[in-house]
Design a protein around this ligand. Structure first.
Ligand SMILES: Nc1ncnc2c1ncn2[C@@H]1O[C@H](COP(=O)(O)OP(=O)(O)O)[C@@H](O)[C@H]1O
Ligand SMILES: [Mg+2]
Length: 252
């Protein structure tokens, strides 16, 4: 694997203050993510995963520590970082095409180039034929495909995905995990993917970073070198599943 560093978190901590009280949520995270790596942040609910991802996205600032993307300090959101959220955040008044091309339209890309690029990513996520459909007519899985195409369309260096399949039913979730792996295989990106689902983590990750409960810190890292596509019921898969879940933070 190419070992170029793309994301570097340097002693990142976050304290939320309410009136005079501080609430530690992220504590001293040192993390390096390599070019085209699929990194999964795996941790229990409410541990601080979204907070950490938002800091990498530049949507929130650390209380101390720094984040670098391609050696540049993150001080706010930027087009080199695409974000896919758990809650489906499409614009309801825009079609699939309108949603996917939104970012590059705002960035001033001309109509012809915009349509071409948006169409490429709509095809990539398997939504050809739904270009003129509004979100209300799309299923949950299809909406997340639009969200993925929209993030890809700005052609970011890194994709930050916050439990993107967390709101889907189990069957659609498996399907989307497989689809995402195919998409990522065709259009490699550096991905930071947040989940609290061990199967999802093992199916997708090159490396799993296990997080402690709040205030979250890194508990353990696992390099996952199983060949792809992986079998959810494969021997090694089940072994790692047991091993990693057994090593989760049991404190509340
Ligand atoms: N803006 C905020 N102000 C105060 N507390 C917050 C804020 N955002 C998150 N928290 C708290 O930080 C903790 C971690 O939240 P979050 O990062 O959303 O966890 P996760 O994504 O792992 O479920 C939670 O206890 C949450 O209530
Ligand atoms: Mg979250």
């Amino acid at each position: 694997m190419n070992k170029d560093v793309v994301i570097k978190c340097d002693s990142v901590s976050k304290i939320f203050y309410s009136s005079d009280k501080g609430f530690d949520v992220v504590k001293n995270i040192d993390l390096t993510v390599f070019k085209n790596e699929f990194l999964v942040l795996f941790g229990p609910g409410q541990c601080g995963k979204t907070t950490l991802l938002n800091i990498i996205a530049g949507l929130d600032m650390p209380t101390s520590g720094k984040v670098y993307v391609n050696n540049k300090e993150v001080i706010g959101p930027g087009p080199e970082r695409g974000v896919v959220y758990q809650s489906i955040s499409l614009f309801p008044w825009l079609t699939t095409m309108g949603n996917v091309e939104f970012g590059i339209k705002a960035a001033g890309v001309g109509k012809k180039e915009r349509r071409k690029r948006a169409q490429y990513y709509i095809d990539l996520v398997g939504l050809q034929g739904f270009e003129n459909t509004y979100p209300i007519k799309l299923s949950g899985g299809m909406k997340q495909r639009v969200g993925i195409a929209r993030a890809y369309c700005i052609e970011p260096v890194v994709m930050l995905m916050d439990e993107p399949f967390g709101a889907l039913d189990a069957q659609t979730r498996y399907l989307m995990q497989k689809e995402l792996e195919i998409i990522w295989g065709r259009e490699k990106r550096t991905v930071v993917f947040v989940t609290n689902n061990i199967e999802e983590a093992l199916f997708l990750a090159d490396r799993i970073v296990v997080l402690n409960n709040c205030p979250t810190s890194i508990r353990q890292e696992y390099v996952i070198d199983m060949p792809r596509p992986r079998e959810y019921t494969g021997e090694k898969f089940l072994y790692l599943r047991k091993e990693i879940t057994g090593n989760m933070d049991k404190t509340l």
